[in-house]
Write a protein that binds this ligand. Structure first.
Ligand SMILES: [Zn+2]
Length: 283
């Protein structure tokens, strides 16, 4: 039995095709499996926090991905349980060891203003509201990510973002919460003081307003409570949405806190506490 040189070439080509196809198949199967690297991971009935938990996944177990929607994976575990898992919590790259309801949440954070829209001016006329809304939102983002939550920022630098785009991000990502950060301004300097929690849609957002506002009583600024506010970023939001005014930037007392890292970190911690309790009691 012998091959002509032409047939040898054909055989080698076939072998190469076979090896490449086999390699791709193995890669495909591998890419469609993920590991539960954190404990207490839920499988849910649908792709989101609002769906019921069907089972918990044992840590280090392998999950086969059979579908994907809204950043959640439809998976099958080794015991043939089917369900949906938050995609950012599998093969988790961070230090998180234990998932919570907060970890499963997608949260849109909206630092008010930015870019060509500087927001209100500080009492000393030297600082813009947009600077502190970004600092505060970034602190909240860091704390939430450390707890495993999926955080989306409407802006992460001093850029111009339209008002319409902000709630749109929450709507398209089916966010579990949206929080817009602002600092108030009164017509006359040093006229007003304190923090206010605004909601627009009572049905979707009032419970979130209560949970977050309850945490705002340990601040050096007076908690002015929960109010209805007709702001586009919360009005055009289909998701639970708040707008927080965390002090008056044109009041000397308030501005001293607004620019203070300790005040910002306390507010950020309070927001995270409020969100955590909200998700634990709602879902
Ligand atoms: Zn503002």
């Amino acid at each position: 039995m012998h091959f002509k040189p032409k047939n040898w070439a054909g055989l080698v080509t076939s072998l190469i095709i076979l090896l490449v196809a086999g390699g791709l198949l193995i890669a495909f199967v591998r890419n469609n499996a993920v590991t539960a690297t954190v404990s207490n991971l839920n499988l849910r009935r649908g792709p989101g926090l609002t769906y019921a938990v069907t089972t918990k996944v044992a840590k280090n177990s392998r999950l086969t991905i059979i579908g994907e929607k809204d950043n959640w994976y439809h998976v099958r575990d080794s015991q043939n349980h089917f369900g949906w898992v938050a995609s950012w919590l599998v093969d988790h790259p961070g230090k998180l060891t234990h998932a919570t309801t907060l970890s499963e949440a997608t949260i849109v954070l909206d630092p008010g203003h930015g870019g060509s829209d500087s927001g209100a001016l500080s009492i000393d006329q030297k600082h813009d509201e947009k600077t502190y809304t970004l600092e505060l939102a970034q602190r909240v983002a860091r704390l939430l990510r450390a707890k495993g939550a999926h955080v989306i920022m409407t802006r992460n630098s001093d850029t111009t973002v339209s008002l319409a785009h902000r709630p749109e991000l929450a709507n398209t990502h089916q966010a579990d919460a949206f929080i817009s950060f602002h600092f108030d301004s009164s017509p006359t300097d040093n006229l007003a003081s304190g923090t206010t929690t605004y909601y627009y849609h009572r049905k979707t957002s009032y419970a979130l307003a209560q949970a977050v506002n309850q945490e705002m009583n340990d601040l050096p600024l007076t908690n002015r409570g929960i109010r209805y506010g007709n702001f586009e970023v919360i009005r055009d939001n289909r998701q639970p949405a708040l707008l927080l005014e965390m002090g008056y930037i044109n009041t000397k007392k308030d501005f001293n806190d607004i620019r203070n890292a300790h005040y910002q970190e306390t507010v950020a911690n309070n927001v995270v506490q409020g969100l955590s309790r909200y998700f634990t009691t709602q879902h």
